[in-house]
Write a protein that binds this ligand. Structure first.
Ligand code: ADP
Length: 477
């Protein structure tokens, strides 16, 4: 499992690693590789000088040229041909070399394609003061480099070019650099640590604020997440969480509304049942068929509400599986309309069915009847005194459209997208009819979504509404 670290420490760690890495590179190149780089460079200079002299070997100004080269590069040169030219600079060794040694270098060069590089430890002879004739050899780590080049080999008188220089130890320089690096390292590390600390704090602060606000969400405190707007990422996170908080708040309100509405809807029939029941118990002559019917009707209404609630929760959790079959939707409409016969007699309701032929569709017949019931109930509830409702069945090509039309109060355009939400009421004062459970359209939506049918509503205030759904006609028997 990955270890979790506080962001602040992570930023610090990365910055430290970076600084240490840079310091290590500096140390490696400046301290460890300084001597080899220096030596390499010096030897190159020696070779270059010998090559330049070779090109000038027949010139009249050879002597001046050689002395200027040896001064510029702080080295000494000896050219042995018919006449011997030699320049002397401090620590020069070739001018003192015995003839047999010169010949040895020349021979080595001839055998080695014309050039030979000798590198040896530099030993300096010193007279010890007071003890005359006593000589000590002092070795201080410097190197003596002699580069011998033999030119004009084919001619009778070949020329030997010798370039000599000293490669000093760079110990003192590397030591100074090491101290410098140590010093720079301490300063850089400390300043980086301080910088990282403040940077991390600045980055972490808004995240910590959002974190705190999110923790408060669970306690029901839906305030804005953070006031920090410096970083785009933080702004986006802020927006996401604010939206989440808004949704949670909405869900919380919906839950409270649901409880309030359910309690209200359940209380009304319950009050009626207990009221009528007690009345019939106390007053024997109230035990009439009419009163018993009220109790029975209210109990039915209660069971409708409870069933609808159970249905909706099952539908919303996708716990209902549709019992799909091919059935006659026209006959189904007729059956549903027939169940309103009692109603039609009692109230002034007219339900017309406008159809031309019977068609089959595929769906869950029981659930589609439920949709029709809910739409007709609403049409009745939201119609005025003269309740005229028309159910149209329209066949358009492959499709059949069922429309439930009323001429009631209608719905404002702004409310149309909201009426499908649970317990959304356009008119908050509206008293639900005996038929409604307050979640009728939410159930309609869930069922039609499950069937993948298209559906919708068209409505105009004071002119009425048309709720519809549409699906494909199933041909054949
Ligand atoms: P209920 O009717 O019990 O309040 P519904 O979910 O069935 O719950 O309907 C939601 C809301 O949509 C209703 O409160 C009402 O404002 C509006 N509505 C539904 N059907 C109609 C209709 N046929 N005419 C006018 N308004 C309607």
């Amino acid at each position: 499992m990955k270890k979790t670290t506080r962001l602040q420490w992570k930023v610090l760690r990365y910055l430290f690693t970076y600084v240490i890495g840079i310091l290590f590179l500096l140390w490696f190149f400046q301290v460890i590789l300084l001597q080899p780089f220096y030596e390499f460079n010096k030897i190159n200079v020696v070779k270059e000088v010998a090559d330049k002299i070779e090109k000038y070997i027949d010139s009249n100004q050879l002597e001046e040229y050689v002395s200027s080269l040896s001064d510029q590069n702080d080295l000494c040169v000896r050219i042995i041909s018919e006449n011997d030219i030699s320049t002397r600079n401090a620590g020069c060794r070739i001018s003192q070399l015995p003839v047999d040694k010169l010949l040895e270098y020349a021979n080595l060069a001839i055998r080695n394609n014309g050039s030979y590089l000798s590198k040896s430890d530099l030993v300096e002879m010193q007279f010890v003061p007071d003890t005359l004739n006593t000589v000590t050899a002092k070795f201080n780590g410097d190197k003596n480099v002699i580069y011998t080049k033999v030119v004009n080999l084919e001619s009778d008188s070949p020329t030997i070019i010798m370039v000599n220089t000293r490669i000093s130890r760079v110990n003192a320089a590397t030591q100074a650099l090491s101290y410098q690096l140590l010093f720079i390292g301490i300063i850089v590390t400390l300043s980086a640590a301080i910088l990282a600390f403040f940077m991390a704090k600045k980055i972490v602060k808004p995240i910590a604020e959002i974190n705190e606000a999110s923790q408060n969400l669970s306690k029901g405190d839906y305030k804005h997440m953070t006031s920090q707007k410096d970083y785009l990422e933080v702004q986006e996170l802020n927006q996401t969480l604010t939206e989440a908080a808004r949704q949670v708040q909405k869900a919380d309100k919906a839950k409270r509304d649901l409880i309030a509405n359910v309690s209200h809807d359940l209380r009304t029939p319950l009050t009626m049942i207990t009221g009528y029941g007690e009345m019939m118990m106390d007053l024997p002559n109230e035990k009439t068929d009419e009163n018993i019917k009220v109790i029975v009707n209210e109990s039915k209404r209660l069971s409708i509400i409870v069933n609808d609630l159970l249905d909706l929760s099952k539908l919303a959790e996708n716990k209902i599986t549709l019992n799909l079959e091919k059935f006659d939707i026209t006959a189904c409409c007729r059956e549903v309309i027939k169940t309103y016969d009692q109603h039609l007699k009692q109230e002034r309701i007219v339900i017309e069915f406008d159809t031309t032929e019977d068609v089959n569709i595929v769906g869950d017949k029981h659930r589609i009847s439920q949709v029709l019931h809910n739409l007709i109930n609403n049409a009745i509830n939201y119609s005025d005194e003269n309740k005229r409702i028309i159910i149209h069945q329209r066949i358009e090509g492959e499709k059949v459209k069922i429309l439930v039309q009323d001429f009631g109060c209608g719905i404002a355009e702004s409310d149309l997208p909201l009426i499908w939400d649970r317990y959304y009421k356009v008119d908050k004062e509206h008293i639900r009819s005996d038929q409604g459970s307050g979640i009728g359209l939410a159930i309609v939506r869930e069922i039609l979504d499950l069937h993948h049918y298209t559906y919708g509503v068209e409505s105009k205030i004071n002119e009425g509404s048309i709720f519809y759904f549409e699906t494909t006609v199933e041909k054949g028997e």
